[in-house]
Design a protein around this ligand. Structure first.
Ligand SMILES: [Zn+2]
Length: 225
């Protein structure tokens, strides 16, 4: 038996034994080792699916969403699409216990990804830097959530508010950092793509769960977005 097949078997066994990080290692190794160009696309799609299952069990819920998106892009019918509809919220992020937590998570995702894009290295550095940035974002979030400003806003308006809220990070040239917010345009129709429209890439997924996704902190911290 080829080694990538052995990895798949070991991955499933690790999942059964509630060892999601070990399962993750095996499934990722299988994905790298499988001759995906000579296999039906169902094989990598299935591997991305189980990578997502492992990530979710390990608590990395937005990285799991990202992996289910990959799976759904490869396979138009598989389970990943149904899974995505179940586990994502209206921001296209992993659903949290309450609507307020959904909002909070989206705010952090927007602000932290902007901070990272504005850095030359595109990486978060030390633990101290992460703590400082998270603390700063938290201050802004507390002000926004206690102001009542979001009460009458729908999800799209809230996301616009989060993007318009400029957290002033230390040591940054803010104007440069602000230029990078992309707006998706459907060039065939010349219209702006809404969050519930099909994504422009042709995956058949809603834009908000595909290329319009807001990354979660677990993706940002590991650089997997
Ligand atoms: Zn897309």
């Amino acid at each position: 038996m080829q080694s990538w097949m052995v990895d798949i078997r070991r991955g499933h066994r690790a999942l059964h034994m509630h060892q999601p990080l070990r399962a993750l290692r095996h499934f990722e190794r299988a994905l790298l080792g499988a001759p995906t160009s000579r296999l039906p696309r169902d094989v990598p799609a299935t591997l991305f699916y189980y990578i997502a299952v492992s990530l979710r069990k390990a608590g990395m819920r937005n990285r799991a969403v990202g992996s289910w998106v990959e799976s759904a892009r490869l396979s138009k019918r598989g389970h990943a699409r149904r899974k995505l509809a179940r586990v994502t919220n209206e921001y296209g992020m992993a659903r949290q216990a309450t609507g307020e937590r959904d909002d909070e998570q989206a705010f952090y995702g927007v602000q932290l990804s902007r901070y990272i894009r504005s850095k030359k290295s595109h990486k978060l550095g030390t633990r101290a830097e992460i703590d400082m940035i998270v603390e700063l974002v938290e201050e802004y979030w507390n002000r926004i959530s206690s102001s009542g400003i979001m009460n009458d806003l729908d999800r799209e308006q809230r996301l616009a508010l989060f993007r318009d809220t400029v957290v002033v990070f230390p040591f940054l040239s803010v104007p440069e950092a602000l230029k990078t917010d992309d707006v998706a345009i459907d060039f065939c129709h010349g219209t702006r793509v809404g969050p519930d429209d099909r994504c422009v890439c042709g995956s058949g997924l809603p834009y908000r769960t595909c290329h319009g996704r807001t990354p979660g902190i677990d993706e940002i911290l590991t650089g997997k977005f």
